[in-house]
Design a protein around this ligand. Structure first.
Ligand code: GLU
Length: 472
């Protein structure tokens, strides 16, 4: 299965599922129900582009209804096809289960190259797609809630929201029909950076596990570790930022036109600005060019972060990958063959379906905010600040000492929305990492962390099916 033509992404997800299902005791019928995609919607619709009518191909797949609404992003790319959308929808189910986000998995996609259209044309396509979803009841706060994915962002989510609201006047919870919206349109602060920050929290937690690091021949902690990031999109950019701020060195960044390398570490924002200005990541002042982008994956480093598309590390190049830790920020960057290679080599693969769950976790916070119609922190911020001020005053009175101004403002500070979102995300990622690791370390027969993550996910989904009484 190493050749790209034969590769089925959904097949790879099924293969990983089966590998893990062997470590559970669920009825084969239950396992089969969990594995299948429940509803698949493929559509064609016409959109007038210039003076031509273009027929646009698009999808929405709801993988599981064990919890509702279904949840998952919408991708705009020429590579979008049914197999891919099904695989990504299935990953969403497992991802949500692991981080205890009460949604079923879904995914959508439009087979277009967004760079070939003007913003006006993209808006027309996005609105028509939303209209098709509404017609079949494939979108709504309680049925199916899209979000950004590869090739889409806040702008597209705002168009989706506006189309939905214009057709559902008076629907009180309409804002919750899509997440990843601009903050001015009902979005939540912290959603933009959530996936990259979640990747950082997850890897940091793994790096803090001394036993795990010892097996890899690494020192505990993120600080001082060398990192290679593939993809400077929203996820890769923020992952690089938090690794740098956490004291790691981002020694290389790759994009599709090439990669750049600097042994002292790169600043992702400067690199981003350079790329924006020159149209290429290459020729960044002081860095070494790597003209073949895929070679960046094979650089000597501690942590490799593939943050672009699926199937970039396969049976062919995995033997040349030198990183000790591979953190899957993208969905499905490794094939099952690559997994085998890393298990043999003793490298640690931290799997996508929980490592990149930060995005959907904060989407969940956004959905809750929309349903409650109130900004996080609005009720308690001032109350907490007043309470903290009183505590400081009391301590100063009792001890006769003054708390310095920096400490004072730190202690007094009541939570803003972004503080609550970050801490909720941190808690979620730490808990998920520990749960998966514990299961893995207590079951030596489980070959890798991905299989352990699938076992956790399968157990949770199967339990909620059982609780629903679907399997008497
Ligand atoms: N597209 C993102 C993912 O793959 C986010 C999904 C969401 O927020 O619903 O996890």
């Amino acid at each position: 299965m190493s050749s790209h033509q034969e590769y089925s992404f959904f097949g790879a997800v099924e293969q990983s599922f089966d590998k893990a299902a062997a470590f559970t005791n669920w009825d084969p019928g239950i396992l089969e129900q969990i594995k299948q995609c429940n509803s698949v919607y493929r559509m064609h619709f016409p959109v007038k582009i210039g003076d031509k009518i273009e027929v646009i191909k698009a999808y929405r797949v709801q993988h599981s209804h064990h919890k509702t609404p279904c949840k998952g992003g919408i991708r705009f790319a020429t590579s979008v096809n049914l197999d891919e959308v099904m695989a990504l929808a299935a990953l969403m189910t497992y991802k949500c289960a692991i981080v205890n986000v009460p949604f079923g998995g879904a995914k959508g996609g439009i087979t277009i190259d967004p760079k070939k259209y003007t913003p006006y044309e993209l808006e027309k396509i996005t609105r028509r797609y939303t209209h098709e979803l509404i017609k079949k009841n494939f979108i709504g706060p309680g049925t199916d809630v899209p979000a950004p994915d590869y090739g889409t962002g806040e702008r597209e989510m705002a168009w989706i929201l506006d189309t939905y609201m214009s057709q559902k006047p008076g629907e009180v919870d309409a804002l919750a029909c899509v997440t990843g919206k601009p903050v001015t349109q009902g979005g939540v602060r912290g959603r933009r950076e959530a996936t990259g920050l979640g990747v950082y929290f997850g890897i940091r937690e793994v790096c803090n596990m001394a036993e795990v690091m010892k097996k890899l021949g690494l020192e505990p902690g993120v600080e001082g570790k060398t990192v290679v990031v593939q993809g400077l999109g929203n996820v890769g950019f923020h992952a690089a930022k938090y690794f740098r701020e956490g004291g790691a060195k981002v020694i290389a960044i790759a994009e599709y036109e090439g990669a750049i390398m600097h042994p002292d570490g790169l600043n992702e924002n400067d690199v981003f600005q350079h790329r924006k200005k020159t149209g290429s990541i290459l020729n960044y002042p002081g860095a070494t060019n790597i003209t073949k982008s895929s070679e960046a994956l094979e650089l000597e480093c501690d942590i490799l972060i593939p943050a672009a598309l699926e199937n970039v590390i396969n049976g062919d190049n995995a033997p040349r990958v030198k990183a000790k830790i591979i953190g899957e920020a993208a969905n499905g960057p490794l094939t099952p063959e690559a997994d085998e290679v890393f298990t043999q080599k003793g490298s640690l693969v931290v799997p996508d379906m929980y490592l990149n769950a930060g995005g959907v976790t904060v989407s969940y916070f956004e959905w809750l905010k929309n349903l409650s119609h109130v900004r996080y922190g609005r009720l308690e911020k001032r109350f907490t600040e007043n309470q903290n001020k009183n505590i400081i005053k009391e301590i100063e009175g009792l001890t006769g000492k003054k708390v310095n101004d920096t400490q004072k403002s730190l202690i007094e500070h009541g939570p803003d929305e972004v503080d609550l979102v970050y801490s909720g995300l941190e808690e979620t990622m730490i808990t998920a990492t520990r749960e998966i690791m514990e299961l893995w370390l207590n079951n030596p027969a489980i070959p890798d962390m991905r299989t352990a993550a699938y076992v956790v996910a399968i157990n949770k989904v199967a339990t909620s099916y059982a609780e629903l009484g679907i399997f008497p």
